[in-house]
Design a protein around this ligand. Structure first.
Ligand code: TYD
Length: 211
């Protein structure tokens, strides 16, 4: 087995194709005999899965600040118990969402102070950052089209204006951190997107080798 220490997350609004891309990347890493673990946020530990239920259940009426702290509590537990040990063991960590979702959803979406969000993210991630984040960009209308008929959870019921602001948040990150937060066109074919992801990962690995 090959060991590479890399922390890769995926971001985007509902229906952007994260799940498909993560699955294709998992298959690629298995073929290349690269050890990895695949996680989702919020979730991945017993405690974080409980928090996930609270966050997504429509029965719960939460304000933005309570929501923020619950996402961060779930993250802190997952990071400490699963992500850090995996990275230290030289594994690739794939994560379906990480702190950039908090920046976009709670920061831009719920309009919570962005500096406060950054500080909370830093604490909950125990100072760790992603090596690379793939943002699959699609419009709100394509998202609604791709997810029509699906029963919406609490977060997904936040309305059009909320999701337009979330998209603005992701766009802001792709403009301010273009080396880490990489925007890909979620409207391209899944094969094209997968090839771009593999090429970017390999170029980062080669770059690290040269350093
Ligand atoms: P999930 O069912 O995993 O959504 P998806 O399949 O779209 O990734 O639910 C996670 C929801 O929580 C999703 O609507 C995004 C939201 N979220 C935040 O608002 N802040 C966060 O920090 C994270 C990690 C997720």
């Amino acid at each position: 087995m090959n060991r590479i220490n890399m922390f890769i997350s995926f971001e985007g609004i509902d229906g952007c194709g994260k799940t498909t891309q993560i699955k294709m990347l998992e298959e690629y890493l298995s073929r290349e005999k690269i050890e990895f673990i695949s996680l989702r946020e919020p979730g991945g530990t017993e405690f974080s899965e409980l928090i996930r239920e609270i966050l997504l259940s429509k029965k719960n009426k939460l304000n933005g600040i309570s929501e923020l702290f619950l996402f961060e509590a779930a993250r802190s537990d997952l990071t400490e118990k699963v992500i850090v040990p995996a990275l230290e063991a030289g594994k690739v960590v794939l994560c379906d969402r990480f702190y950039d979702s908090t920046f976009a959803y709670q920061g831009f979406g719920r309009k919570i102070d962005l500096e406060a969000i950054k500080n909370c993210n830093f604490l909950a991630a125990h100072g760790y950052t992603t090596s690379v984040t793939f943002y699959l960009s699609i419009s709100r209308s394509l998202s609604s089209e791709r997810t029509s008929g699906k029963e919406l959870d609490r977060m997904e019921s936040s309305g059009n204006e909320f999701f337009e602001r979330v998209i603005e948040g992701f766009e802001f990150l792709s403009e301010t951190e273009p080396d880490r937060f990489i925007k890909l066109d979620g409207g391209e074919s899944k094969e094209q997107i997968h090839q771009r992801i593999v090429d970017i990962i390999n170029s980062k690995l080669n770059h690290d080798k040269v350093k």
